[in-house]
Structure formats: C-alpha cells, structure tokens
Design a protein around this ligand. Structure first.
Ligand SMILES: [Mg+2]
Length: 429
C-alpha cells in the first residue's frame, strides 16, 4: 500500500522509495520528510523529530506490511569505482528521459559484458520538491529504484542551516512546495512571498494572488516579524514580485518589512540553491535559470543603492556540494553494497561545463581519489562551442559516458593483472 519502506533499524536512511508503489495519493498526503544519514547533518533536534514522525507515519500507513528489502544485493559489485550523474540535460530533458538514459542505468545494474554492478548517485542543482518526491519521479522516469540515500539536489545542503535562523523567507518553486521542503528540513518559521503579499497587497503592484494562493498564504503580522535570512530554493515563478520583495528586505533594517536602512547593509543574507545561469529543458535552446536571477538581483541592488550585494550559492560547482556527494556515496556504498572504502575513481557525468565539469575538476585536485569529469552533448553544452572548463572526456550521451568509464576501468584492471603476472613470473625466474 505504502510507497514508504523503512529499512531495518540498522539502516541509516529513514526510508526507501519504491517507484512501483508510489502514486499521487501518497505524494499528496502531506509533507514528506527525508532524513539523510545522521553524520551528514549538523546536530539538530529537528532530525530526531523528523525521524520519529517518519517512522510513526510509516507505521500508521502500513501496519501490516512487512519491511521489504530494497535493491537485492548484487552478485558482483565493483568496489573500485562509482558514477555520479547530473540529471537535467544528462538523464532527463523537459520532463522526459533521454532515450539512452534508461539503457545506461541498466548497464550499471549488471546488464553489461563485464558481469558487474556499479554503484551510483545523483547530484542535481535542480530542486523545488522534496528529495523523496523527486526520487519517486526519477524512479518512474528511469525505470529503476532511486533512493533519497543516493540523491542530492541544489537545496539539500540548506537543511544544515535550519538551526541557524528563526524566521526565513523561502522563494521559488510551485505553490507551497518549497515551504514544505524547508519545514521538512527543520526550518522553524518559513515565510513565502505569498504571505507578504497577502499581508500588504500594495507590495507588488502588478501581481495579485490567485484564489488558491490566497488560501494557502498565511496570515502574519509583518510589522512584528524580522526575517533573518532569504533562501531561493527553486526557480522563481514571478521574477518581478519576488525580486521586489527580496529587494525590500535587503534594504530593510534587520529584515523588518516597511523599514529602510540608511546604509543598506543591515538586510538579511541571501542564499541560492545553485548558480546555473542557464539550463537545458524541452526548448531547443537553453533557458535562463536561478543564476540569472542572482546576477539580476545583484545588478538591481547596485543600481538602486549604489552598493555591492554579496550573495551565497550552494550546488555545483561548490566544493561543499562535492564533499557532501563524497559522504553520501560512501554511506550509500556501505549501506547498500557493504563496501567500506572510498572508490578509487568517481566518474561524474554532466552537461554544464561551468558547474558539472568545473566542480568535478576542482574537486579532483582537492580529493584523495580521482574525480573524472565526462561532458555529454545532450544538454547545455552543444557541439561547435568550446567548453570553458575542459572535461577528461566528451561523449554524445550518458550511455556513452557509462561505456567510457567501464571500458577505462576494464583496461586498467587488465593492465594491473598483466603487471602482476609479469612480476610473479620474474620472481619465479
Ligand atoms: Mg544539467
């Protein structure tokens, strides 16, 4: 009945998702909370609460369903290497899987000439819904089971900031979804632009709330509330009104709406879940994204106040995101494949030179193991242009990327066994 399967108590992941069982009803049942491995999170009471709630909900949802194991253990899983995938422009484009993506996943899951399975994770800058919701969707799109334990999106690291601020403004995404995500992360008091417009409709002269938005927006008294930080979780659906509200706060005294700072340096900090200026979706040409909003906001702040605005972005290519990915991969390999050492090589497959390739290359210089960047031609990067950051390999599709990595590993193993053999012969002689 339930899409939620809680692994045995020893499992560090509060839940695994089954694409086969997920449906709209389970998705719309209210906030879905994903709890990542504890060591990935800052100390927080919210974690305990969220875990307890999730456990409780699971028990309510399926009192008689026995806990079923997730992916059955593979006969041979390589401990030498792993893959990490960007999603948009690599596996999915405009809501549909890129045809080669499904075959690529099958190959990693054992349908290959080498007779092995290769562990993998997903690292996207996208967002706007809970990790579990996105994993269910991705499972259906790619015809595999994707667990939140192998998934990072742009706003995932923001959960670590939930303890730091009391009242926050969350911007972007569809309807109330990002508020739900933020509350699931443990943010204590989440305000949306809709709440602010509902309080004072003159805030945005050209935007009126729809009846649905009016109903969902909360009644607050913003004369008594200081907004301590601004988080852009997902793409803004209304740049003009969202920017107006963010600008009002940036120019305020300590995040109190209706006030104006004389120095314009008393406003709350702004965080973006990533910095991609363009992204690849169903249109033939790239579309502007959150990074463009960031550039625009900084320019506007300068134009209005004459001052520089400093904002912070998460996501790729930030080193922090790759460190997070390293910890996730380690935990995932340990929990699912019982591998307790880091992989020698991680193949990172992406379509955006500025985030995927740049981040992988920079992290490679930083990390003890090898992070090998592979650029595909199905997304932002198009043939004929020169990528600003050079990948280790450029291939047509994600399937070619998987083949490239697996063949490279096979050649490496072959070479190593030849060296061993000749060394052994030498010793005998
Ligand atoms: Mg991409």
């Amino acid at each position: 009945m339930s899409s939620v399967v809680v692994p045995s108590s020893s499992g560090r992941f509060a839940r695994r998702l089954s694409a086969a069982e997920a449906n709209n009803e389970t998705l719309s049942r209210g906030p879905t909370v994903v709890v990542p491995p504890k060591h990935l999170m800052a100390p927080s009471q919210a974690l305990e609460v969220a875990t307890a709630m999730e456990q409780a909900r699971h028990e309510i949802d399926s009192p008689t369903t026995p806990t079923t194991p997730g992916t059955p253990p593979a006969t041979t899983v390589t401990d030498k290497y792993a893959f990490a995938f960007d999603i948009d422009g690599v596996l999915i484009r405009g809501g549909r899987p890129i045809p080669e993506a499904i075959e690529a996943m099958k190959m990693l899951n054992g349908e290959n000439e080498y007779g092995i399975k290769v562990p993998y994770i997903f690292v996207t800058n996208g967002g706007g819904k809970t990790e579990s919701e996105r994993c269910i969707q991705l499972s259906q799109q790619l015809e595999i089971e994707v667990s939140p334990g192998q998934f990072i999106c742009g706003h995932t690291p923001m959960r670590e900031m939930a303890e730091r601020y009391n009242t926050v403004l969350v911007v972007g995404g569809e309807g109330e979804k990002c508020r739900i995500v933020a509350e699931g992360y443990g943010f204590k008091d989440v305000v949306t632009p809709g709440d602010i417009i509902k309080y004072n409709q003159d805030t945005t002269p050209f935007r009126k709330l729809t009846p649905e938005e009016w109903k969902n927006s909360r009644d607050r008294n913003f004369d008594e509330i200081n907004i301590e930080a601004i988080f852009v979780f997902a793409d803004s659906r209304d740049w003009a009104s969202d920017q107006q509200i963010i600008l009002d706060l940036l120019m305020s005294k300590n995040g109190r709406l209706g006030t104006r700072s004389e120095t314009f340096d008393e406003g709350p900090p702004v965080f973006f879940s990533h910095n991609d200026v363009v992204w690849s979706t169903s249109h033939d040409l790239t579309r502007i994204g959150m990074g463009a909003l960031r550039v625009s906001l900084e320019a506007m702040f300068k134009a209005v106040t004459g001052k520089e605005l400093k904002t912070t972005a998460f996501g790729k290519p930030q080193i922090g995101t790759f460190e997070f990915a390293t910890r996730l991969l380690q935990q995932w390999r340990k929990d699912t494949h019982r591998i307790d050492a880091p992989p020698e090589t991680v193949y990172f497959v992406g379509d955006t030179p500025e985030s995927d390739i740049r981040g992988t290359n920079e992290f490679d210089r930083h990390a003890d193991n090898t992070w090998y960047s592979i650029l595909v031609r199905t997304g932002v990067f198009q043939e004929g242009s020169k990528p600003r950051f050079q990948p280790r390999a450029t291939v047509d599709t994600v399937l070619d990327a998987v083949k490239h990595g697996m063949e490279r590993e096979y050649r490496k193993a072959l070479k190593a066994s030849r060296t061993n053999t000749s060394a052994a012969l030498k010793n005998e002689g």
